[in-house]
Design a protein around this ligand. Structure first.
Ligand code: NAG
Ligand code: NAG
Ligand code: NAG
Ligand code: NAG
Length: 572
């Protein structure tokens, strides 16, 4: 029986916290200062609400980084520093929702109170145990500042919001012994059950610079034994934070319960957040043999920092969970600010959640495809349509909307420039060198979003097509270099290669979700996703403009565009 398959009281829990001490330090310091600022002073000019998002989750203030879900009710836990808290006193704040869009705040669910978490309650995950009982495993920081793994259960299973959680005194259930580095031992995953009925889960770790997912096994989910070797490890990658391990169906978009991989023919995905690069990488592979518990990435999936990324922009500490109500696996990630710490303090908050995304295995079997949850479409209001517009070199075409779906057609690829295979290693570098203003053959073409009337500021989402010996290569970029006149803002051009075959069907799709200070882009039907944080200055006085542009020599067309203005969600 798969976990989470009960009908009445189905609980899907995901907790995404991540445990970087430095980040916590920043956040707590920031919110500490913020507290004084809010209490006493006039807010500096940047504190206007112009960057607060309308339909992306963010708490009223402070630093966030995590979610979870339950019984027709989705739960989001996030890191929160209650006012006046000293460093390390991080709690799991808690909000609930029935649609993943509108959120109601509840009191904190887990907070430091016992020796095994007295110095902090860091990231973790939830699992549904038989009898439909949720359990949370999280990283606690003990009195010696060691990272340990603790378990917590809901106090009252009849409370649909699971407001209170109990941490048994037998914690911790996993301690950093037997050669585990006590400062690099965190973020337990959701558990899965093998055919042998034994539970397994992973904890992120490293030895020197070899990142690893330590495997634990348990018969009762309380007593855990470390396996002789990690499920997977890779030298030169550094600490693996927030590991996530789940099965995906070989075809179709339906999600699978985390334990379903032991009974069905599937592929598995292992995702890790690399502390050294602050990006998230995953491999698609085979969970070969439960008897030895080894995961082997496919040859098409490098398990280093040249590997596949869930998102090529500001996106970290994500987790997935299986939603039986929608029979889908949902990915949720955290997007940090690209603003200066001083300005985060002035704004009074830092960090948002990206829009939850459904994910499934591409028909190629080589990668995941992601798409915003359909619930977001209920926020669509005024609709705009465009059909059959030709974009010649240098042409701009004004558009409207905050959820924009466009299908470009490429009548001719003859002008595609030659591809240099060394570019594969670092698409972001290429997007920075050949940014939205750098002319090309086929492309750059795409959208200018959050643009001021005279284009002093804009964020450019665009494609370029190159010709490799046997195929066309498609680069997608999200170029923030002109996104804000403020010099202190981090303004990279993010990018990734889109694994689509455009030689037959000469079309490329792009969807953009635009919300004040965040632009989430989905290229090639969700094969490359890029989340960017942007801080335009001129849009307080002006309306935000949206344009399609083409700076390539080849004419491209907008075959079809649908866009909508978006309503505000009720968030906390
Ligand atoms: C448990 O929750 C239910 C539903 O909210 C409530 O009626 C009941 O009083 C609670 N029980 C305890 C012991 O708090
Ligand atoms: C343990 O991890 C910490 C944090 O990354 C690191 O500073 C330290 O050098 C590691 N210790 C050993 C013995 O590898
Ligand atoms: C957050 O923002 C900064 C830019 O200010 C960036 O360099 C950093 O790597 C980001 N990501 C994470 C996950 O911390
Ligand atoms: C692109 O690069 C040029 C040269 O480095 C720079 O002047 C420009 O601001 C960048 N961004 C855009 C969108 O043109």
């Amino acid at each position: 029986m798969a976990a989470g398959s009960h009908s009445q009281f189905v609980l899907l829990l995901i907790v995404l916290f991540f445990g970087s001490c430095l980040m916590y330090q920043n956040s707590v310091e920031a919110s500490h200062k913020l507290y004084h600022l809010l209490l006493q002073s006039e807010q500096p000019s940047i504190v206007s609400n112009q960057y607060r998002t309308a339909y992306h989750f963010q708490p009223p203030k402070n630093w966030i980084n995590g979610p979870m879900y339950y019984s027709g009710v989705y739960h989001l836990f996030y890191q929160y520093n209650p006012k006046g808290a000293v460093w390390g006193n991080i709690v799991w704040a808690h909000s609930v929702s029935r649609d993943l869009l509108n959120w109601t705040p509840l009191p904190p669910a887990i907070y430091p109170s016992k020796p095994f978490d007295i110095n902090g309650c860091w990231s973790g995950s939830a699992t549904i145990l038989p009898g439909n009982k949720p359990a949370i495993l999280y990283t606690g920081i003990d009195p010696e500042n060691r990272q340990v793994q603790n378990i917590a259960f809901p106090k009252n299973l009849s409370d649909p919001f699971l407001r209170e959680w109990v941490k048994p005194d037998y914690n911790p259930v996993m301690a950093p012994v037997g050669g585990i580095n006590a400062s690099s031992f965190r973020d337990p995953t959701t558990g899965w059950r093998g055919r042998d009925g034994v539970w397994r889960l992973l904890v992120g770790s490293k030895i020197d610079r070899t990142g690893m997912a330590i495997l634990y096994r348990s018969k009762d989910f309380v007593h855990w034994a470390k396996a002789a070797r990690p499920l997977h490890s890779r030298e030169g990658t550094g600490m693996w934070e927030c590991p996530d391990f789940f099965p995906v169906a070989l075809s179709g978009r339906k999600g699978l319960d985390t334990s379903a991989g032991s009974v069905k023919k599937v592929k598995h995905v292992l995702k890790v957040s690399l502390d050294e690069t602050r990006y998230e990488y995953y491999t698609v592979g085979s969970y070969v043999d439960e008897a030895v518990d080894a995961y082997v990435p496919d040859g098409t999936s490098p398990d280093d920092r040249t590997g596949l990324r869930l998102d090529y922009g500001n996106f970290y500490a994500s987790k997935t969970f299986y939603d039986p109500a929608g029979k889908r696996r949902i990915l949720w990630g955290w997007s940090n600010e690209s603003d200066s710490v001083a300005d985060d303090v002035a704004k009074g908050w830092a960090g948002i959640q990206a829009i939850p995304r459904v994910l499934w295995l591409d028909t190629t079997g080589r990668q995941l495809v992601q798409w915003p949850i359909k619930e977001i479409e209920s926020l669509r209001r005024e609709e705009f349509h465009v059909r059959d517009v030709k974009l010649k070199t240098g042409k701009l075409h004004e558009l409207k909307g905050a959820d924009v779906q466009v299908e470009f057609d490429l009548p001719s690829l003859k002008k595609a420039e030659p591809f240099d295979p060394t570019w594969l290693a670092d698409p972001q570098k290429l997007c920075n060198q050949r940014n939205a203003s750098f002319p090309g053959g086929v492309g750059p073409f795409g959208l200018y979003v959050l643009a001021s009337a005279n284009l002093e500021e804009y964020t450019a989402l665009f494609f370029r097509v190159y010709k490799a010996p046997n195929k066309y290569m498609v680069l997608m970029c999200s170029d923030q270099s002109r996104s804000s006149l403020r010099p202190e803002v981090y303004k990279p051009a993010f990018g990734g290669f889109v694994d689509v075959d455009i030689s037959k069907r000469k079309k490329l799709s792009l969807r953009a979700l635009i919300d004040h200070s965040v632009v989430e882009s989905f290229g090639g039907g969700g094969r490359v996703c890029i989340t960017a944080r942007v801080y335009p200055t001129l849009l307080v006085a002006q309306k935000a403009h949206l344009y399609a542009f083409n700076k390539g020599l080849a004419t491209v067309g907008i075959e079809k565009l649908q866009a909508w203005n978006m309503a505000k969600a009720k968030i906390n």
